[in-house]
Ligand binder design. Structure first.
Ligand code: NA7
Length: 530
């Protein structure tokens, strides 16, 4: 079939992009691999999955009606609530009729002769489009550990991002969790409530901080709704579109008492404040970072009774906030439970998965259920899984071998008429806020192309070089660039992902928008248009 625009993915960005294009009368089609809408919130059904951003700051802001109609039940919504919300959005705006489910895109090749993209789906069907929009997510290509014997395990096992749609219970079961990132932490604190035995295989501890979730009562609900305009305006002003933004003070500008009191206040507050609303220098200054790391380490020692265990849970190879901070609810207290065991796999490495469980260098652990919370081939991984080829037949994966090169994180030189939503080098932060901006920007670009009867839009080499250099300079100045994580492009389970790269834009969201707005108001003169 022929379309004006094809969107890959029916997650938060794909849904809104479809809504916007349809408003313009553009013939758009969404291809979605899953059986329903929701993207991240469709796939990640693992126990305990929930927002770490305030629910009300995470919803769409584009429809006043939607804002008025939808009541978030919790300050940090659990996955089922978010999935319900996204289904509600799809129904309210009648989006499903242009979404084709169970449709994984396998190839997307640009044809210079037609200035169009030809796509193939997994079922072999072919489609063509004038404009290709990737809305494939930045954490959507799950990766299993490269451990021998994974397929030989006789019990149940599952990656967290491929969780079954049927209910799963842990009562009476011996459960293993491999991985202690944001996903592992959410899973562990939930599974620990019911499992007969829970064993956590930890390679690197992370600095976790309390989420302080709670139900939203009627008075809060009224206040949230009345405050939507102010709240979204605030998200536009903050560094990364969260409700929290760095404090203008530097860590050592204040007295030790003031510093301690400020850290205590942040530790007691909801959400990402301790990471995103801390002193302005904690992510760039080593001493400042050590101060907050020391504070959180003390908290961990207070919360975990066994001090040898506490030491294992305190990160030693990276400072607070230099990796994604998992937010938690009684995570550390889990380690005080009699049914919970921590295996530090640096001390006793996993040798293999067996039919009965997990064999480490010093023991064989028997399990009924192994949960792989081992993360994703992040940011570029979802692109690598599609055979995307540009004007000269070059594969995007090969073009990005040394790290992504983009223009504003949206366009790629050599890949005309293709726009990326939440791709590498774009402003991420509070994702839906960034999504709405990017979708609007891409929609305006498509309008411009249509209104000027253009058929080809491409980033220039100079534009890409300048944006990529800018993003690299920003990223390399952060302490987080010294640390291995999905944010620096490292995944030990994926061939070729062992070298740190700058995969994310780490400047401020307002600066990002200012730059993108300038390109648009300048008539896209920085692009190659034909
Ligand atoms: P992450 O943050 O990448 O965490 C993956 C975890 O799995 C992490 O603890 C890894 O240890 C561990 N891991 C990965 N491979 C292995 C192997 N082979 N053996 C042992 N342990 C392993 O993914 P998440 O899903 O938790 O979170 C991703 C993002 O989603 C999160 O940041 C939020 O923004 C939402 P490592 O640290 O690499 O030593």
């Amino acid at each position: 079939m022929d379309y004006d625009a094809i969107i890959i993915g029916a997650g938060i960005s794909g849904l809104y992009q479809l809504y916007r294009l349809r408003q313009l009368g553009i013939r758009a089609r969404v291809f979605e691999a899953g059986t329903g809408v929701g993207g991240t919130w469709y796939w990640n059904r693992y126990p305990g999955a929930r927002f770490d951003s305030e629910s009300y700051s995470y919803g769409y802001s584009f429809s006043q009606e939607l804002l008025a109609e939808w009541d978030w039940a919790e300050h940090f919504a659990p996955q089922p609530e978010t999935l319900r919300y996204l289904n509600y959005v799809a129904d309210k705006f009648d989006l499903r009729r242009d979404i084709q489910f169970r449709s994984r895109v396998t190839t997307a090749h640009y044809r210079e002769e037609t200035r169009r993209w030809d796509l193939t789906l997994e079922d072999g069907s072919r489609h063509s489009t004038g404009f290709l929009i990737t809305a494939i997510g930045l954490l959507s290509a799950p990766t299993m550990p490269r451990i021998e014997g994974v397929e030989t395990f006789q019990g149940q096992s599952c990656h967290t991002a491929r969780w079954p749609h049927e209910p799963v219970t842990f009562e009476g079961k011996r459960v293993a969790v491999i991985g202690t990132g944001a996903t592992g932490v959410q899973t562990i604190q939930e599974v620990a409530k019911t499992a007969a035995q829970l064993t956590i295989f930890q390679r690197t501890p992370n600095w976790c901080a309390p989420l302080h979730n709670g139900k939203i009562d009627a008075a809060e609900q009224r206040q949230i709704k009345a405050n939507y305009p102010e709240m979204f305006a605030r998200c536009q002003e903050t560094f990364a579109c969260f409700l929290h933004t760095p404090d203008p003070r530097a860590t050592f500008e204040v007295t030790p008492e003031e510093r301690e009191a400020f850290f205590e206040k942040l530790y007691a507050e909801k959400g990402f404040g301790i990471w995103q609303g801390n002193f302005r220098d904690i992510l760039v200054d080593r001493q400042a970072n050590a101060a907050i790391s020391d504070f959180v380490a003390r908290k961990i020692r207070q919360r975990v009774k066994d001090q040898a265990m506490a030491e294992k849970l305190i990160p030693k190879n990276h400072g607070f906030g230099t990796r994604r901070v998992p937010l938690e609810t009684k995570y550390y207290e889990v380690y005080n439970q009699a049914n919970v065991k921590l295996v530090d796999i640096n001390e006793t490495p996993i040798e293999r998965i067996t039919a009965a469980g997990i064999k480490t260098s010093d023991a064989e652990h028997a399990f009924d259920f192994i949960i792989y919370a081992t993360g994703f081939d992040a940011i570029t991984g979802s692109f690598d899984r599609i055979d995307i080829r540009g004007a000269d037949g070059l594969k995007l994966k090969d073009k990005w071998l040394g790290g992504p090169q983009t223009y504003l994180g949206v366009l790629v030189e050599g890949f005309p008429n293709m726009a990326m939503l939440m791709g590498p080098h774009t402003a991420l932060g509070n994702i839906p806020r960034s999504v709405e901006y990017s979708v609007d920007w891409v929609t305006d670009l498509i309008c411009h192309v249509r209104d000027h009867k253009l058929t080809r839009v491409e980033a220039t080499q100079a534009g890409v070089a300048s944006w990529t250099d800018h993003v690299k300079a920003l990223g390399e100045s952060l302490l987080s660039f010294e640390v291995n994580s999905w944010m620096t492009g490292i995944n030990t389970n994926v061939e070729g992902k062992q070298t740190r790269i700058v995969a994310r834009y780490s400047g401020s969201a307002p600066a990002y928008r200012e730059r993108c707005d300038a390109v648009a108001s300048n008539g896209y003169a920085e692009l190659a248009l034909a």
